[in-house]
Design a protein around this ligand. Structure first.
Ligand SMILES: Cc1cc2nc3c(=O)[nH]c(=O)nc-3n(C[C@H](O)[C@H](O)[C@H](O)COP(=O)(O)O)c2cc1C
Length: 196
């Protein structure tokens, strides 16, 4: 049997009363249904990484993050994953600073892995945050996957957990998972066969 693909779900909002927690658990549950995946949720509220303030750029600094520090554990966790789902709100037409800081902490561990997006917000459902994230993850040598979920909070219909209960978001989530799994498998094989 092929080894499982490791997927990290990154919950970007750290705000009190955040809506994002429900959406992160929702997409996590959908990923867990897939037998070929092992899935871990990374809540940036718990992973309270320091604001990046080092002299060196992350690609160099990450090689000497001290054992036991949050940065070192973050680097190891990111390295262990084969792909990611970023669950992000839209703050002032962008994604939150907590997520940018988490992305900035390391460099090589993100490389050549797929990034998928679940966004949420007002009229634009967080789509503007995702458009910006696509540029950032490209710089990290990630593969932004095409299929995404954008949950519109205006007129939102959810269940008692705050999970989307409409057919469209479920359909979009299925497409996202399919796209992510394909890229996670292909890039994992690529990294193994053509190390850089
Ligand atoms: C600082 C801030 C800025 C926001 N800016 C936007 C925005 O530009 N577009 C939008 O659709 N919603 C915006 N909102 C509303 C958020 O979409 C809504 O509060 C959402 O629940 C935030 O996600 P969270 O609850 O997981 O933190 C903003 C909210 C905050 C707190």
């Amino acid at each position: 049997m092929e080894p499982k693909l490791s997927i990290g779900v990154i919950l970007a909002s750290v705000r009190e009363g955040r809506r994002g927690e429900a959406f992160a658990h929702w997409i996590h549950a959908k990923l867990v249904e897939r037998p070929e995946l092992e899935v871990e949720l990374f809540d940036l509220k718990e992973w309270a990484l320091p604001v990046y303030a080092l002299r060196e750029q992350p690609g160099i600094a990450e090689k000497s993050y001290a054992e036991g520090t949050l940065e070192r554990r973050w680097a190891e966790k990111v390295k262990s994953c084969d792909g990611f789902v970023f669950v992000t709100p839209e703050y002032n037409h962008a994604y939150p600073g907590s997520l940018k800081n988490a992305l900035d902490q390391v460099y090589a561990p993100w490389n050549y892995k797929p990034a998928a997006f679940v966004s949420y917000g007002g009229f634009s459902a967080g789509a503007r945050a995702v458009e910006q994230l696509r540029l950032v993850v490209s710089e990290l040598r990630m593969v932004p996957v095409r299929d995404e979920v954008n949950v519109r909070l205006i007129g939102f219909t959810g269940d008692e957990r705050g999970w989307p209960s409409d057919g469209l978001n479920a359909k979009k989530a299925e497409a996202l998972v399919n796209d992510l799994v394909w890229w996670a498998r292909v890039t994992k094989e690529g990294r193994a066969q053509h190390p850089r």
